[in-house]
Design a protein around this ligand. Structure first.
Ligand SMILES: Nc1ncnc2c1ncn2[C@@H]1O[C@H](COP(=O)(O)OP(=O)(O)OP(=O)(O)O)[C@@H](O)[C@H]1O
Length: 347
C-alpha cells in the first residue's frame, strides 16, 4: 500500500546546522502520527517539508501520490503546489486567528480561493463550526473565546478545504489540561469521523499517548525511535524515549527500590504486557496453578493507550529451567507479550 505521507531520507540544513538529518517517516491514511521531541529537535522544520513550506536539502517527499520533492529539487510548479497544499491543513500553538474579524469570517478566509458562491461558503462555514462544536459562536470575535475555543476555530478553518491531512504543530501547548483534553478528543473524533490523517507534533507524551497510533521520537534532527505507539511506549529503546515514557522510568525506579541484589539461578525476571481488555484471568494465579512456580509481582501499572487499557507487570518467577520455559509458553497462550528482563535492571 502506498503511504499518504512518504518522507524518505529527508535532510534540512541551515548553513552548518543539521536541523533535520536523514529522516524517513511513512504515514498511512487514517494514522494519527505523533512526532515527539524537546524544543529544537527539528520537529517543526521536518513537518514544514511536508507541504514544502520548508524546502529540504535532500531526500524525497511524496504526498498523497504526488512527488513534491526529489533529487534536490521541487517536482511541482508553484501553482500546482498551492492547490496541493489545500489538501494539508495546519494548526499551531498560538491559533493564528485574525482578531479583527469574526469567528465565521476567520473560517471563510480559508475559502476565499474556492469556487463556492457566498451562500455556499456561509453554509460550509456553519457546517465546519458545527463539526467543532462552535456554531453558536459564529458571530463572536476570537478575543471573546477561550483558548480551547480559539483552537477549535483554527481547526474549523484548517478543515475548510476538506484536506486529507491535518498537521498539528504544538496545538495544545498553550492550553490548560482541560482544554488540551477537549482538543485532543476533537482531533481523535475528526480522525475517526472523517478518516483524517493527523501529524501531531508535540513535546507532551501524554498528548501522543491519548490519540496517536504511531510515533517517532526526534533528537538533534534525527528520528531516534519510531513505530507503533504501543511498542515504542511499552518497550522504549532509546534513552530519550525512556525519558518521555514516564511509566517505564517509574518501573525501573520501583524495581531498584526492592534492593533484591543479584538473582539466583532459579529466579527469572519478566516484563509482561497485555491488553487489559482481553486478559481477564489472573496471570499470577494461573502460573502458580498450571506450572507450580512461585511468582512475585514487583511492579504493575495500567495505561490507556488510545482507547485500549494496556497493562505492564514485572514479575519475578522462581522455578527450574523447564518451568521457566512453560511460563513463557503459558503467558503467550493468554495473548500476553512476555520478555525476560536482565536482572541487572535491579542493581
Ligand atoms: N529558518 C531557519 N534558519 C536557521 N535555523 C533554523 C531555521 N528554522 C529552524 N532552525 C533551527 O533548526 C533547529 C530545529 O528547529 P525546529 O523549530 O524544527 O525544532 P522543534 O523541534 O520544532 O522545536 P520547537 O518546538 O522549539 O519549535 C533549531 O536549532 C532551530 O534554531
Amino acid at each position: 500500500m502506498s503511504h499518504i505521507i512518504d518522507l524518505d531520507h529527508v535532510s534540512v540544513t541551515f548553513g552548518d546546522l543539521h536541523a533535520v538529518s536523514d529522516v524517513t517517516i511513512k504515514v498511512d491514511k487514517g494514522d494519527v502520527y505523533g512526532v515527539v521531541g524537546y524544543s529544537g529537535a527539528g520537529k517543526s522544520t521536518l513537518v514544514r517539508t511536508i507541504n514544502l513550506l520548508q524546502l529540504p536539502t535532500s531526500g524525497t517527499i511524496e504526498i498523497a501520490g504526488t512527488t513534491f520533492f526529489k533529487d534536490g529539487v521541487a517536482q511541482i510548479s508553484g501553482k500546482e503546489l498551492q492547490a496541493k497544499r489545500r489538501n494539508i491543513g495546519m494548526i499551531f500553538q498560538h491559533f493564528n486567528l485574525l482578531n479583527e474579524t469574526t469567528v465565521i469570517e476567520n473560517v471563510a478566509f480559508a475559502l476565499k480561493h474556492s469556487d463556492l458562491d457566498d451562500d455556499a461558503i456561509e453554509k460550509k462555514c456553519y457546517e465546519l463550526l458545527d463539526l467543532v462544536g462552535l456554531k453558536d459562536k459564529a458571530e463572536n470575535y476570537p478575543v471573546q473565546l477561550s483558548g480551547g475555543e480559539q483552537q477549535r476555530v483554527a481547526i474549523a478553518r484548517a478543515l475548510a478545504n476538506d484536506p486529507e491531512i491535518l498537521i498539528s504543530d504544538e496545538a495544545t501547548s498553550a492550553l490548560d489540561p482541560q482544554n488540551t483534553n477537549q482538543i485532543l478528543d476533537l482531533l481523535k473524533r475528526l480522525n475517526k469521523q472523517l478518516g483524517l490523517t493527523i501529524i501531531l507534533i508535540t513535546h507532551e507524551m501524554d498528548a501522543v499517548k491519548k490519540v496517536a497510533n504511531k510515533i517517532a521520537v526526534m533528537e538533534h534532527g534525527k528520528v531516534v525511535e519510531q513505530g507503533n505507539l504501543r511498542d515504542v511506549y511499552l518497550r522504549p529503546k532509546a534513552e530519550l524515549t525512556r525519558q518521555f515514557v514516564g511509566g517505564s522510568l517509574a518501573a525501573a525506579d520501583t524495581l531498584r527500590s526492592f534492593n533484591l541484589g543479584e538473582l539466583s539461578d532459579n529466579e527469572q525476571l519478566y516484563q509482561v504486557v497485555f491488553s487489559a481488555a482481553n486478559v481477564t484471568k489472573s496471570i499470577i494465579l494461573e502460573l502458580y496453578k498450571q506450572v507450580g512456580v512461585d511468582v512475585s509481582m514487583l511492579y504493575g501499572n495500567i495505561e490507556v493507550l488510545g482507547d485500549e487499557p494496556v497493562g505492564t507487570m514485572f514479575i519475578l518467577v522462581t522455578g527450574t529451567p523447564a518451568q521457566q520455559a512453560k511460563v513463557t509458553k503459558l503467558l503467550k497462550s493468554f495473548n500476553v507479550e512476555v520478555s525476560p528482563v536482565d536482572g541487572g535492571i535491579l542493581a
